[in-house]
Design a protein around this ligand. Structure first.
Ligand SMILES: NC(=O)c1ccc[n+]([C@@H]2O[C@H](COP(=O)([O-])OP(=O)(O)OC[C@H]3O[C@@H](n4cnc5c(N)ncnc54)[C@H](OP(=O)(O)O)[C@@H]3O)[C@@H](O)[C@H]2O)c1
Length: 294
């Protein structure tokens, strides 16, 4: 894996990739490189006008709005080779979505959960979910996934959401294998990348620590690697250098909580109830529901 860059992407002609939040930051670099390699790239973004300059199929999606996610997935037609759950927010003040959910948790976790489940019948290759090394300090509260009975913590909600997607990816892979699906669930993280993600943070530490951080090109590499290389289900791809912060893409290991299969199953069940997705997804129906549709 040493030395891998986007210049080594394979020919992706004929592949369709959906990237959430691809209008800027790591998603935009990922989209640009996949498009350069020949993929048909669909961007799901909040602000369609802001992404117009980009030469892709740009569609409106606020991934925190679960009704919008359902409409978006319901209108999808044809095969989807790769779904990249990239959209995310960090360290934002408390606010609620149209469905009354915590915006930070809904953007980073509930939305990707519902979107992935509803798109599974179309998926042929893999789901890449973007997480963070900060999942290691995350704590998922099964009793209060939506920050209702605790005092809201801006970074606590971010870290919890990034652990939640690690556990989500783990349980998804287990379910895909159990159903005999060829689709893989993998994780990617960029280390620390200088994007607009920290725009809401009171500390500007990320932008000061240039020697420890990546630019968006470097930060997107693990996502591109996870999306296109022959990695196993449950792969955790990030920078291979010290602390997983910098370096070329390499396989790493999530935290102990991120590898806890029982916790992942319990989180999945709690999330299905909370988002109502369980009734719509059909995991309890025929396995063919989650096989490629073509
Ligand atoms: N940068 C890092 O150091 C770092 C580290 C670990 C993990 N990550 C993860 O990497 C991913 C990409 O982040 P980034 O660094 O590229 O940050 P970024 O530059 O702030 O980009 C985030 C993207 O997510 C989109 N987004 C936010 N809320 C959305 C919503 N409700 N619906 C649809 N799109 C939404 C944003 O769209 P708008 O333009 O509409 O706001 C933007 O395109 C995130 O999941 C983040 O948690 C980043």
């Amino acid at each position: 894996m040493t030395g891998w860059t986007a210049s080594q992407l394979p020919d992706l002609t004929g592949k369709t990739v959906l990237i959430t939040g691809g209008g800027r930051g790591l998603g935009l670099v990922t989209a640009r490189e996949l498009g350069r390699a020949g993929a048909r790239v669909v961007l799901a973004v909040r602000d369609v006008s802001g992404a117009r300059s980009v030469d892709f199929d740009v569609r409106r999606l606020d991934v925190a709005d679960l009704d919008a996610v359902r409409d978006f997935a319901g209108s999808w037609s044809g095969a989807l080779d790769v779904l990249i759950n990239n959209a995310g927010v960090m360290d934002i003040p408390a606010s609620r979505t149209a469905q009354g959910l915590d915006v930070q948790t809904a953007t980073n976790y509930f939305g990707p959960y519902v979107l992935t489940n509803l798109l599974l019948p179309h998926l042929t290759d893999r789901v890449v979910t973007v997480t963070s090394q900060l999942h290691r300090t995350g704590k998922v509260s099964l009793d209060d996934l939506d920050w209702r009975s605790r005092r809201y913590s801006r970074m606590g909600a971010y870290e919890a959401s990034k652990l939640a997607v690690v556990q989500f990816s783990l349980e998804l892979q287990r379910r895909l294998e159990a159903a005999g699906s060829p689709v893989r669930s993998v994780l990617a993280h960029p280390g620390i990348a200088r994007t607009a993600l920290a725009a809401h943070s009171r500390s500007n530490v990320i932008n000061r620590l240039r020697f420890l951080t990546n630019d968006a090109e470097q930060g997107a590499r693990p996502i591109l690697y996870a999306a296109t290389q022959d990695v196993p289900g449950n792969a955790y791809v990030g920078p291979g250098g010290f602390g997983g912060l910098k370096g070329y893409p390499a396989l790493g290991r999530p935290s102990k909580a991120g590898r806890d299969t029982a916790a992942a199953a319990a989180l999945w069940a709690a999330t299905a109830t909370l988002t109502d997705a369980g009734q719509r997804v059909g995991w309890t129906t025929a396995a063919s529901r989650i096989r490629p549709s073509r």
